[in-house]
Design a binder for this molecule. Structure first.
Ligand SMILES: Cc1ncc(COP(=O)(O)O)c(C=O)c1O
Length: 426
């Protein structure tokens, strides 16, 4: 290999001893990443699901540049600024109408921490401190901080910390075959009166391998939670901003959550930013003369003006008809590709919603993030100029919306060829 690990740098989610050395990216444009050795890679997973409109989109880059010359950062307690105001005024009308307030943080994990703390303190502030239980879904992933790890599935990722994580009730992913049992289990837990909230990744569990479930079952879960007087939290860190075909996955639902977590695509993939949005009722439980009812949470970079300016520019692009048309076109192309793959002997399952397409490979090894086919598949795609990062034996696509029909066809062709090769290697 011509590349090597940097002597000082430790990469995320990377076993530094066995992983291939990283590729040095020098520039990016549209869906393309260009490396120092003169190669080009099509970023078919939007760089960990953050990029929406393509890399270095000039409108977002210009918005950040203008803002950097005006106001780069200011403490957000006691101060406010135009980019935060503009972002709030742009984002709130795009969300379901019952949402009233938004709280800034730094990334997906912290948007989840904020949501959990908000839900727990909502009850605490009302003298209902016994409501401390959280319900989460099996296979869930909500981030890497301690609260987020606690509500995530217990697995190899958080095993080292498991004694320190708080206990949650864990519900199976609902489907036609188990919905009655899932609802019965849910009602059992709710009947204790101890449940503060349920948190879910609505309709698509990303890190679990793009596991999908139907809106009508999530509607039933949210309805049961609300009937019992507890709160519903939708973690839209991955699903938000058009990934599922609608602007937000909750638009597929009748029964709406009380809190939504947003991040990743919010700045179009330029800068880290988290936002947690809640209802007026939740806000009112903190809006008191009693200073002890304050929401005691904040980060140094809360509401960073550069990130807010990037988000405003990205949201404008997202609302443009041409972007909406691209989302619809990607959705249609994925659907046709999925149909064309039906019956392939190496495919165990194909899942598709909006711009997300997942192909679960039928390896002899059981399905898992640690399935050894991952590395072979990853290398295969890189050698052909496509950046895909399978989740174990699940190869998935989540491209930036600027990807053209021809580029998509190129990715599909490489995936199609890979299926035969990977199968023959088993
Ligand atoms: C649903 C969901 N929630 C939270 C997170 C954590 O986001 P971040 O990596 O920005 O902390 C992720 C990241 O993949 C996610 O998919």
């Amino acid at each position: 290999m011509q590349h090597s690990n940097h002597p000082f740098i430790w990469h995320p989610f990377t076993q530094m001893k066995t992983a291939d050395p990283p590729l040095e990216v020098v520039r990016a444009s549209g869906p393309m990443l260009y490396t120092k050795d003169g190669k080009a890679y099509l970023d078919a997973i939007s760089s960990w699901w953050v990029n929406l409109h393509g890399h270095c989109h000039p409108q977002i880059a210009d918005a950040i540049s203008r803002q950097a010359h005006q106001l780069e950062q200011v403490i957000f307690a006691g101060f406010i600024h135009a980019p935060a105001i503009e972002l709030a005024d742009t984002l709130m009308p795009l969300l379901p109408a019952h949402f009233a307030k938004l709280f800034f943080s730094d990334d997906g994990s912290t948007s989840v921490e904020v949501a959990l703390k908000m839900a727990l303190q909502f009850w605490h502030n009302q003298g209902k401190g016994h409501k401390t239980r959280i319900i989460a879904l099996e296979q869930a992933y909500h981030g890497d901080t301690f609260g987020a790890m606690s509500v995530a599935e217990r697995n190899a990722f958080n095993a080292a910390f498991s004694p320190l994580l708080f206990e949650v009730h864990r519900l199976s992913l609902p489907h036609a075959g188990n919905i009655s049992e899932v609802l019965r289990q849910l009602d059992d837990w709710l009947s204790t009166g101890e449940v503060a909230a349920m948190i879910v990744e609505p309709l698509v569990q990303g890190a679990a391998g793009m596991q999908m479930y139907e809106a009508r079952y999530l509607d039933q879960l949210f309805t049961a939670v609300h009937r019992a007087g507890a709160l519903c939290i939708a973690d839209e860190v991955m699903t938000g901003f058009g990934r599922t075909g609608k602007l937000f996955a909750v638009e597929y639902l009748e029964e709406q959550p009380d809190i939504i977590c947003l991040s990743k695509g919010i700045t179009g993939g330029f800068l880290p930013l988290g936002v947690t949005v809640c209802t007026q009722d939740i806000y009112d439980a903190f809006y008191q003369d009693d200073k002890l009812k304050t929401f005691f949470h904040g980060h140094s970079y809360t509401g960073n003006p550069l990130a807010c300016a990037a988000a405003v520019a990205s949201l404008k692009l997202l609302q443009d008809a041409s972007c909406r048309n691209r989302i619809a076109a990607i959705t249609q192309s994925h659907s046709a590709f999925a149909t064309s793959l039906q019956g392939h002997p190496f495919i165990k399952d194909i899942r598709h919603l909006g711009t997300i397409l997942a192909i679960e490979l039928g390896t002899p090894e059981s399905s898992s993030y640690f399935n050894s086919i991952q590395q072979a598949a990853y290398r295969y795609y890189l050698q052909r100029g496509i950046y895909l990062r399978p989740l174990g034996n699940v190869v998935y696509l989540m491209p930036p919306y600027c990807i053209t029909g021809a580029e998509l066809e190129q990715v599909y062709a490489v995936i199609r060829d890979s299926l035969d090769w990977l199968m023959s290697e088993q």
